[in-house]
Design a binder for this molecule. Structure first.
Ligand code: DOR
Ligand code: ZN
Ligand code: ZN
Length: 433
């Protein structure tokens, strides 16, 4: 017999509604949801004090790094940040050292991760050419990722034809293809360290719009499916919306930073706020926020991209996002700017369906017992010095928040509780295709 744990005194997100209920967990699975009097007889009872129990949040866009980039982040620190931020499953990006571009790297990442993760993890891979997709899947990747404006290992996916050939392959195998859409010909890279202003100027709006347009045309022609990463422009969002209407099987992600931070923060945060695609003007953040509201944005994702502070001074793009995303978005909910259900769906059921993460995404009997338990009555401030990530900086630092992650359950166990990691490492599982 599996060990039974009951979660009681809870408000549970069930089929799009909050209901007063309890949950019985058997081993690592959800066994029953119902009135407390009807739950199974349990060895352990976990009282959540009337807080909200949500399906485990999923981040389809995390850079966990590790291996030769362990100085930036490793599996342990990255998944600590994940559970502290309320995430129960993260998909790891392939731009690593060594890059995740062949079977042996995927297998090595899986082997090392197994013993060192606090939450579930899946690995993206980038094929050197389309005919390699099959072997990457056999090695255990969960999805395919390409960068239109850079090459990790000699591969090139920037023209419509190159992307078309890849979509044909990924879609025939059923696996999701995520695309970083910036047009190589319209961006400029520097040897010295550009300011945040100059960096943004040299990653113009047109570079994103053009790349999205190329990717959409390729998907349309191939009758295949794609996911556009971190949309940051009004024009890009409009094109995606139009393509959906025309029947193209496309979804898109948005990040917390592209939803509410404008290039005004460059003044205060300087190069810490450098990210690709860059922060834009208010017209664009408003469009992204409205896109979340109207569900033109399908998926919310962090683009957690840790670096050292010294690298940030050299203009490395990105910053950690796992520990700020939920406090930021739930604060927007409390401020009446976004409805609760859109945030929950865009972090749970929608990414689960899009990426075929069948064990995740909703609370129902038989699914894995991964939960994100939030406190919507907790006021605080984002404090970068408290991050579990190795990267202790953020352009959200100092922001006043009105919600926090209270606890994170991974496979039936509380792993993060009230500010602390309370479990052994290795509780998470690697998810493969
Ligand atoms: O800001 C970014 N950081 N954009 C990317 O595309 C890569 C990422 C990273 O890996 O640091
Ligand atoms: Zn990207
Ligand atoms: Zn990224």
């Amino acid at each position: 017999m599996e060990r039974i744990t009951n979660i009681v005194n809870a408000k549970v997100w069930l089929k799009g509604e909050i209901i007063d209920a309890g949950i019985s967990i058997s081993g690592d699975k959800i066994a029953k949801i119902g009135k407390e009097s009807n739950l199974l007889k349990a060895e352990k009872v976990f009282d959540v004090g009337g807080r909200i129990v949500l399906p485990g949040f999923i981040d389809v866009h995390t850079h966990l790094r590790d291996f030769k980039l362990s100085y930036k982040e490793d599996f342990l620190s990255g998944t600590s940040a994940a559970v502290a931020g309320g995430f129960t499953l993260v998909l790891d990006m392939p731009n690593n050292k060594p890059p995740t571009t062949n079977s042996s790297v995927i297998k090595a990442r899986i082997e090392k991760a197994k013993k060192n993760i606090y939450c579930d993890v899946g690995f993206y891979a980038t094929p050197k050419s389309p005919e390699h997709v099959r072997e990457l899947i056999s090695a255990g990747c969960i999805a395919i990722k390409i960068y239109m404006a850079k090459s990790l290992d000699g591969e090139k996916y920037s023209t419509k034809k190159e992307i078309y050939d890849l979509i044909k392959e990924t879609s025939s195998l059923g696996i999701m293809l995520s695309i970083h859409a910036e047009d190589l010909r319209m961006i400029k890279r520097f040897n010295d360290s550009p300011s945040a202003y100059l960096h943004a100027k040299t990653h113009p709006i047109k570079a994103e719009e053009n790349a999205i347009s190329i990717a959409l045309e390729a998907a349309k022609k191939a009758h295949g499916k794609i996911n556009i990463c971190h949309v940051s422009t009004l024009g890009g969002l409009i094109m995606i919306k139009k393509a959906k209407k025309e029947g193209v099987d496309v979804t898109c992600e948005a990040t917390p930073h592209h939803s509410i931070l404008t290039n005004k923060v460059f003044e205060k945060f300087g190069r810490v706020a450098i990210v690709e695609p860059p922060l834009r003007s208010k017209k664009h953040t408003e469009a992204i926020l409205k896109g979340i509201l109207d569900e033109d944005v399908d998926i919310l994702a962090t683009d957690h991209a840790p670096h050292t502070l010294e690298e940030k001074e050299r203009a490395h793009p990105g910053f950690p996002g796992l520990e700020t995303a939920l406090p930021v978005f739930f604060t927007l909910v409390k401020d009446g700017l976004l409805p609760l259900d859109k945030i929950i769906n865009a972090f749970t059921i929608k990414p689960a369906k899009r990426f075929s993460l069948t064990h995740a995404g909703e609370i129902c009997a038989g699914k894995v017992a991964n939960f994100t338990i939030i406190d919507l009555k907790s006021e605080g401030k984002i404090d970068q010095s408290k991050f579990f990530s190795k990267a202790k900086f953020s352009p959200f630092n100092g922001m006043v928040t009105k919600a926090r992650v209270y606890a994170t359950f991974i496979r039936g166990k509380e792993v993060f509780l009230n500010g602390e990691i309370v479990s052994e490492k290795g509780v998470g599982k690697v998810i493969t295709w």
